[in-house]
Design a protein around this ligand. Structure first.
Ligand SMILES: [Zn+2]
Ligand SMILES: [Zn+2]
Length: 103
């Protein structure tokens, strides 16, 4: 399963320098360190830090918590969200992704 690329920048990842080699390669969940297989891994795209490319992936449970945190903290930092009844497309997309991850 792939995370929509447009949403990845809104999801907070651990700092690169704190991660093991296996986590930067996507062999283990970037948050919890669970072993991943092609079937269970959620692809978080390619990231570049100071010219170093890394490829985080994650398990569904950790992705769900990270997406939930992103969804809940987003409106306070977003200038396009105009209060609880007028949330922007990004906030809506984060919410839909969270529902998808619950299945
Ligand atoms: Zn995990
Ligand atoms: Zn917003």
């Amino acid at each position: 399963m792939a995370t929509p690329a447009a949403l990845v920048p809104h999801i907070v990842l651990p700092r690169l320098e704190l991660l093991s080699d296996a986590r930067t390669r996507g062999a283990e969940c970037v948050w919890g360190g669970e072993r991943l297989t092609g079937e269970t891994a959620i692809d978080l795209g390619v990231h570049t830090d100071n010219g170093f490319n890394w490829f985080p992936r994650a398990c569904r449970r950790c992705t769900r918590s990270a997406v939930r945190a992103a969804r809940d903290t987003h409106p306070a930092r977003c200038t396009d969200c105009k209060g609880p009844t007028a949330l922007c497309d990004t906030r809506q997309a984060l919410h839909e992704l969270l529902l998808e991850l619950r299945r």
